[in-house]
Design a protein around this ligand. Structure first.
Ligand SMILES: [Zn+2]
Length: 317
């Protein structure tokens, strides 16, 4: 099992990639969509007279702004590959910077497609190096398997990262179903990434959760909350398929938070149960001509009786 867990290298790439992709999408929006409300608010506060890629973190930045700025370099790298006047790829630059198959893949991404798929594809390419670090991958899995979440949640993360969830995309690949369209939005194929990050409902959940970015994996509580929300999204998707109620993204977050906190509370009471320490006590004789007296008593309610015991011992016991 250890062997298997340690081999889950793909997972790191997937989780981190989606996390960054989601954020990159926001950053990309700031760079390209001048009219959105969030752009207007953030621009007025942090980069009033220039573009997002030139913005500085500034003093006293908000959580949202700090998170978005964490992927500014990706947006910058992407925008340098695009000729904004003709809205087309700078093919010559891409050919120099990337290996031929990567360059081919990037150039095949239509620029009119959503910023999301663009960000996913590019952050995948840019992030690829990290997934090759075996030590990093091992640490990632060690972290996942020690998270304070129920075992089934950890197992879910494992399956999601190994692309082993029975999503419609996976089922279609195995020819179990013909149509792989997401039933929640009806817009895209239902891949793992789509259910957990890309679908409208997932995006609503992540924006409610305020857990949009986990750049480092140090904060165990945040990571636990994040994987529980992902699991809850998947859980509700299955509930709906069995005729259960469709939760909103907000409801999923509320439900997942409650579920996890109950789990923590149950575990805490288990941990804080009184622990009886066993002590080995040995009798030490008194000095010569001294006596040691041991006294104990007991009340036996059912027999309406009480007892008293006294032991008096000298230095020879
Ligand atoms: Zn969907």
């Amino acid at each position: 099992m250890c062997e298997l867990k340690a081999c889950g290298g793909m997972g790191f790439k997937n989780l981190k990639q989606f996390n960054l992709a989601l954020l990159t999408k926001q950053g990309w929006g700031l760079q390209t969509d001048q009219n959105s409300l969030i752009n207007k608010v953030l621009k007025a506060k942090y980069f009033p007279s220039y573009d997002f890629v030139e913005a500085k973190i500034g003093c006293n930045p908000s959580y949202t702004w700090r998170s978005i700025m964490a992927v500014q370099h990706v947006v910058k790298e992407v925008s340098e590959l695009i000729d904004s006047s003709s809205t087309s790829w700078k093919a010559s630059v891409i050919d120099i910077l990337f290996l031929s198959h990567e360059a081919k893949m990037i150039k095949s991404i239509p620029l009119s497609s959503s910023a999301y798929s663009l960000a996913v594809s590019l952050s995948h390419t840019i992030d690829r190096g990290a997934s090759l670090d075996v030590g990093l991958v091992r640490r990632f899995w060690k972290k996942i398997w020690s998270l304070p979440v129920p075992h089934k949640t950890r197992h879910f993360v494992w399956r999601a990262c190994r692309e082993a969830l029975p999503t419609k995309t996976n089922l279609a690949q195995r020819k179990v179903v013909l149509d792989d369209t997401c039933e929640a939005c009806g817009l895209m194929a239902e891949s793992t990434g789509h259910v957990l990050w890309g679908c409208v409902k997932a995006q609503e959940a992540w924006s409610c959760s305020k857990l949009m970015v986990i750049i480092d994996w140090v904060d165990e509580e945040k990571v636990a909350r994040m994987v529980t929300i992902a699991w809850a999204l998947w859980f509700n998707r299955n509930e709906i398929r069995l005729g259960g109620a469709r939760k909103t993204g907000k409801d999923v977050v509320r439900w997942a938070t409650h579920y996890l906190e109950e789990y923590w509370a149950a575990n805490e009471s288990e941990l804080s149960a009184p622990v009886v320490l066993e002590r080995s006590v040995s009798w030490i004789p008194p000095r010569t001509n001294w006596f040691k007296i041991h006294v104990d008593g007991g009340v036996f309610a059912s027999q309406k009786a009480a007892g008293l015991g006294v032991i008096i011992r000298d230095d020879r016991g």
